[in-house]
Design a protein. Structure first.
Length: 269
Protein backbone atom coordinates (compact mmCIF):
# COMPACT_ATOMS: atom_id res chain seq x y z
CA UNK A 1 0.00 0.00 0.00
CA UNK A 2 1.44 3.35 -1.00
CA UNK A 3 1.63 5.96 1.71
CA UNK A 4 0.25 9.46 1.29
CA UNK A 5 3.63 11.01 0.48
CA UNK A 6 4.28 8.49 -2.32
CA UNK A 7 0.85 9.20 -3.80
CA UNK A 8 1.54 12.94 -3.73
CA UNK A 9 4.92 12.48 -5.41
CA UNK A 10 3.41 10.25 -8.11
CA UNK A 11 0.69 12.79 -8.76
CA UNK A 12 3.29 15.54 -9.13
CA UNK A 13 5.29 13.44 -11.59
CA UNK A 14 2.19 12.71 -13.67
CA UNK A 15 1.18 16.37 -13.69
CA UNK A 16 4.68 17.43 -14.68
CA UNK A 17 4.88 14.81 -17.41
CA UNK A 18 1.50 15.87 -18.84
CA UNK A 19 2.72 19.47 -19.13
CA UNK A 20 6.04 18.40 -20.67
CA UNK A 21 4.42 16.13 -23.26
CA UNK A 22 2.03 18.89 -24.33
CA UNK A 23 4.96 21.26 -24.73
CA UNK A 24 6.95 18.60 -26.58
CA UNK A 25 4.16 18.19 -29.14
CA UNK A 26 3.92 21.94 -29.72
CA UNK A 27 7.70 22.35 -29.95
CA UNK A 28 8.30 19.38 -32.29
CA UNK A 29 10.45 17.51 -29.80
CA UNK A 30 9.16 14.10 -30.84
CA UNK A 31 10.74 12.21 -33.71
CA UNK A 32 10.30 8.85 -35.41
CA UNK A 33 13.27 6.56 -35.75
CA UNK A 34 13.16 3.57 -38.12
CA UNK A 35 14.67 0.11 -37.70
CA UNK A 36 14.84 -2.39 -40.58
CA UNK A 37 13.15 -5.77 -40.55
CA UNK A 38 15.15 -7.93 -42.95
CA UNK A 39 14.17 -11.07 -44.84
CA UNK A 40 16.36 -14.15 -44.74
CA UNK A 41 17.43 -13.42 -48.35
CA UNK A 42 18.80 -10.04 -47.27
CA UNK A 43 16.01 -7.89 -48.68
CA UNK A 44 14.37 -5.19 -46.60
CA UNK A 45 10.90 -6.31 -45.61
CA UNK A 46 9.79 -3.46 -43.44
CA UNK A 47 10.82 -0.56 -41.26
CA UNK A 48 9.46 -0.34 -37.75
CA UNK A 49 8.67 3.23 -36.69
CA UNK A 50 9.85 3.89 -33.14
CA UNK A 51 9.07 7.00 -31.12
CA UNK A 52 11.85 9.11 -29.61
CA UNK A 53 11.64 12.25 -27.50
CA UNK A 54 14.37 14.84 -28.06
CA UNK A 55 14.11 16.18 -24.54
CA UNK A 56 15.78 19.58 -24.03
CA UNK A 57 17.47 18.44 -20.80
CA UNK A 58 17.59 14.63 -20.95
CA UNK A 59 18.57 14.28 -24.61
CA UNK A 60 17.08 11.56 -26.84
CA UNK A 61 14.76 9.50 -24.64
CA UNK A 62 13.59 5.95 -25.35
CA UNK A 63 9.82 5.43 -25.06
CA UNK A 64 10.42 2.99 -22.20
CA UNK A 65 11.19 6.04 -20.08
CA UNK A 66 8.01 7.97 -20.82
CA UNK A 67 5.31 5.71 -22.28
CA UNK A 68 4.11 4.51 -18.85
CA UNK A 69 3.43 8.14 -17.93
CA UNK A 70 1.60 8.72 -21.21
CA UNK A 71 -0.77 5.86 -20.45
CA UNK A 72 -1.44 7.20 -16.96
CA UNK A 73 -2.06 10.76 -18.17
CA UNK A 74 -4.18 9.86 -21.19
CA UNK A 75 -1.64 11.41 -23.57
CA UNK A 76 -1.18 8.18 -25.53
CA UNK A 77 -3.99 9.12 -27.91
CA UNK A 78 -2.66 12.49 -29.17
CA UNK A 79 0.86 11.06 -29.33
CA UNK A 80 -0.45 8.07 -31.29
CA UNK A 81 -2.23 10.36 -33.73
CA UNK A 82 1.01 12.30 -34.22
CA UNK A 83 2.91 9.06 -34.84
CA UNK A 84 0.58 7.75 -37.56
CA UNK A 85 0.42 11.15 -39.24
CA UNK A 86 4.21 11.29 -39.44
CA UNK A 87 4.74 7.72 -40.59
CA UNK A 88 2.16 7.99 -43.39
CA UNK A 89 3.78 11.18 -44.64
CA UNK A 90 7.17 9.45 -44.57
CA UNK A 91 5.81 6.40 -46.35
CA UNK A 92 4.22 8.60 -49.05
CA UNK A 93 7.60 10.26 -49.59
CA UNK A 94 9.39 6.93 -49.81
CA UNK A 95 6.77 5.63 -52.23
CA UNK A 96 7.88 8.32 -54.69
CA UNK A 97 11.55 7.37 -54.37
CA UNK A 98 11.67 3.63 -53.81
CA UNK A 99 9.73 0.42 -54.26
CA UNK A 100 8.16 -2.10 -51.93
CA UNK A 101 8.54 -0.25 -48.64
CA UNK A 102 6.33 -1.10 -45.68
CA UNK A 103 6.17 0.40 -42.20
CA UNK A 104 5.00 -1.04 -38.89
CA UNK A 105 4.20 0.76 -35.65
CA UNK A 106 3.08 -0.09 -32.14
CA UNK A 107 -0.50 0.43 -31.05
CA UNK A 108 -1.18 0.21 -27.32
CA UNK A 109 -4.39 -1.15 -25.88
CA UNK A 110 -5.63 2.33 -24.81
CA UNK A 111 -5.11 3.50 -28.39
CA UNK A 112 -6.91 0.45 -29.77
CA UNK A 113 -9.88 0.95 -27.45
CA UNK A 114 -10.13 4.64 -28.28
CA UNK A 115 -10.25 4.09 -32.03
CA UNK A 116 -9.03 7.65 -32.70
CA UNK A 117 -5.52 6.64 -33.77
CA UNK A 118 -6.85 4.22 -36.38
CA UNK A 119 -9.29 6.85 -37.69
CA UNK A 120 -6.39 9.28 -38.05
CA UNK A 121 -4.35 6.57 -39.78
CA UNK A 122 -7.13 5.90 -42.30
CA UNK A 123 -7.63 9.62 -43.04
CA UNK A 124 -3.93 10.11 -43.66
CA UNK A 125 -3.64 7.05 -45.89
CA UNK A 126 -6.52 8.38 -48.00
CA UNK A 127 -5.01 11.88 -48.12
CA UNK A 128 -1.57 10.65 -49.22
CA UNK A 129 -2.68 7.73 -51.43
CA UNK A 130 -0.85 5.21 -49.23
CA UNK A 131 -2.07 1.64 -49.50
CA UNK A 132 -3.19 0.19 -46.13
CA UNK A 133 -1.44 -3.11 -46.84
CA UNK A 134 1.86 -1.22 -46.60
CA UNK A 135 1.27 -0.68 -42.88
CA UNK A 136 1.42 -3.26 -40.10
CA UNK A 137 -0.20 -2.50 -36.75
CA UNK A 138 1.79 -4.13 -33.95
CA UNK A 139 -0.44 -4.73 -30.97
CA UNK A 140 1.33 -4.54 -27.63
CA UNK A 141 -0.23 -6.82 -25.07
CA UNK A 142 -1.03 -5.65 -21.55
CA UNK A 143 -3.23 -6.37 -18.58
CA UNK A 144 -5.63 -3.74 -19.93
CA UNK A 145 -6.71 -5.89 -22.86
CA UNK A 146 -10.47 -5.94 -23.44
CA UNK A 147 -12.56 -9.10 -23.43
CA UNK A 148 -12.10 -11.46 -26.35
CA UNK A 149 -15.28 -10.40 -28.16
CA UNK A 150 -14.39 -6.70 -28.04
CA UNK A 151 -10.77 -7.36 -28.99
CA UNK A 152 -11.76 -9.46 -31.99
CA UNK A 153 -14.21 -6.80 -33.21
CA UNK A 154 -11.66 -4.00 -32.95
CA UNK A 155 -8.91 -5.99 -34.65
CA UNK A 156 -11.25 -7.09 -37.45
CA UNK A 157 -12.13 -3.45 -38.09
CA UNK A 158 -8.43 -2.72 -38.60
CA UNK A 159 -8.09 -5.72 -40.92
CA UNK A 160 -11.15 -4.61 -42.88
CA UNK A 161 -9.38 -1.35 -43.72
CA UNK A 162 -6.60 -3.45 -45.23
CA UNK A 163 -3.91 -3.01 -42.56
CA UNK A 164 -1.89 -5.99 -41.43
CA UNK A 165 -1.70 -7.13 -37.81
CA UNK A 166 1.20 -8.34 -35.66
CA UNK A 167 1.34 -9.39 -32.02
CA UNK A 168 4.43 -7.73 -30.58
CA UNK A 169 6.78 -9.18 -27.94
CA UNK A 170 5.05 -12.56 -28.08
CA UNK A 171 6.14 -15.07 -25.49
CA UNK A 172 7.07 -12.84 -22.56
CA UNK A 173 4.12 -10.54 -21.92
CA UNK A 174 0.41 -11.15 -21.61
CA UNK A 175 -0.02 -12.55 -25.11
CA UNK A 176 -1.37 -16.09 -24.96
CA UNK A 177 -2.54 -18.81 -27.30
CA UNK A 178 -6.06 -17.51 -26.73
CA UNK A 179 -4.95 -14.10 -28.02
CA UNK A 180 -3.59 -15.73 -31.17
CA UNK A 181 -6.94 -17.37 -31.83
CA UNK A 182 -8.81 -14.15 -31.10
CA UNK A 183 -6.61 -11.78 -33.09
CA UNK A 184 -5.43 -14.19 -35.82
CA UNK A 185 -2.48 -11.94 -36.70
CA UNK A 186 -0.48 -11.96 -39.89
CA UNK A 187 2.75 -11.88 -37.87
CA UNK A 188 4.04 -13.05 -34.51
CA UNK A 189 6.95 -10.96 -33.25
CA UNK A 190 8.99 -13.01 -30.79
CA UNK A 191 10.51 -11.09 -27.92
CA UNK A 192 14.28 -10.52 -27.94
CA UNK A 193 14.56 -12.49 -24.68
CA UNK A 194 14.45 -15.75 -26.66
CA UNK A 195 17.49 -14.81 -28.74
CA UNK A 196 19.37 -13.47 -25.72
CA UNK A 197 19.07 -16.85 -23.99
CA UNK A 198 19.99 -19.04 -26.96
CA UNK A 199 23.53 -19.53 -25.72
CA UNK A 200 22.59 -20.26 -22.11
CA UNK A 201 19.40 -22.35 -22.24
CA UNK A 202 18.68 -25.46 -24.27
CA UNK A 203 15.02 -25.15 -23.24
CA UNK A 204 14.77 -21.89 -25.18
CA UNK A 205 15.72 -23.78 -28.34
CA UNK A 206 12.80 -26.16 -27.89
CA UNK A 207 10.38 -23.33 -27.09
CA UNK A 208 11.45 -21.35 -30.17
CA UNK A 209 11.11 -24.36 -32.42
CA UNK A 210 7.62 -25.09 -31.06
CA UNK A 211 6.39 -21.49 -31.44
CA UNK A 212 7.72 -21.19 -35.00
CA UNK A 213 6.19 -24.52 -36.01
CA UNK A 214 2.83 -23.55 -34.49
CA UNK A 215 2.84 -20.16 -36.20
CA UNK A 216 3.59 -21.67 -39.59
CA UNK A 217 0.86 -24.27 -39.15
CA UNK A 218 -1.56 -21.40 -38.44
CA UNK A 219 -0.42 -19.59 -41.60
CA UNK A 220 1.35 -16.83 -39.66
CA UNK A 221 4.76 -15.39 -40.39
CA UNK A 222 7.30 -15.08 -37.57
CA UNK A 223 9.52 -12.07 -36.90
CA UNK A 224 12.35 -12.64 -34.44
CA UNK A 225 13.64 -9.58 -32.60
CA UNK A 226 17.01 -9.05 -30.96
CA UNK A 227 19.35 -10.46 -33.62
CA UNK A 228 22.81 -9.13 -32.77
CA UNK A 229 25.28 -11.72 -34.05
CA UNK A 230 25.88 -13.82 -37.16
CA UNK A 231 25.52 -16.98 -35.06
CA UNK A 232 22.06 -15.94 -33.86
CA UNK A 233 21.06 -15.13 -37.43
CA UNK A 234 22.18 -18.54 -38.70
CA UNK A 235 20.31 -20.38 -35.96
CA UNK A 236 17.07 -18.50 -36.58
CA UNK A 237 17.39 -19.09 -40.32
CA UNK A 238 17.63 -22.85 -39.65
CA UNK A 239 14.16 -22.61 -38.07
CA UNK A 240 12.84 -21.39 -41.44
CA UNK A 241 12.06 -17.96 -39.98
CA UNK A 242 11.73 -15.45 -42.80
CA UNK A 243 11.95 -12.13 -40.94
CA UNK A 244 14.51 -10.84 -38.47
CA UNK A 245 15.18 -7.58 -36.67
CA UNK A 246 17.98 -6.36 -34.44
CA UNK A 247 21.25 -4.47 -34.14
CA UNK A 248 22.94 -7.00 -36.45
CA UNK A 249 21.04 -5.32 -39.27
CA UNK A 250 20.91 -1.82 -37.86
CA UNK A 251 19.93 0.33 -34.90
CA UNK A 252 16.88 2.60 -35.03
CA UNK A 253 17.80 5.83 -36.83
CA UNK A 254 16.08 8.96 -38.18
CA UNK A 255 14.63 8.68 -41.70
CA UNK A 256 17.44 10.56 -43.45
CA UNK A 257 20.11 8.26 -41.97
CA UNK A 258 18.07 5.18 -42.88
CA UNK A 259 17.88 6.41 -46.46
CA UNK A 260 21.62 7.04 -46.54
CA UNK A 261 22.36 3.48 -45.47
CA UNK A 262 19.68 1.55 -47.35
CA UNK A 263 18.80 3.65 -50.43
CA UNK A 264 20.73 1.46 -52.90
CA UNK A 265 19.07 -1.68 -51.59
CA UNK A 266 15.65 -0.09 -51.63
CA UNK A 267 15.96 1.14 -55.19
CA UNK A 268 16.85 -2.30 -56.51
CA UNK A 269 14.03 -4.18 -54.73
Amino acid sequence: MKNKQEMIENYKKLHQMTEQVGEALMNNQFELYYQPIVQSNGEISNFEALLRWNHPKEGVMSPALFLPYLEETGMMIPIGEWVVTQLVEQLALWNKRYKKINISFNLSMPELLSGEVIKTLVRNCDAHAVRPEQITVELTESMKSPDATTLKRLVNEIKDYGFRIAIDDFGTGYASLEKILTIQPHYLKLDRLFVEQLSTSTQVHYILEAIVKLAHQLQMEVIVEGIETAEQKKYIERLKVRYMQGYFYGKPQPAEKIEGKWSRVLRCC
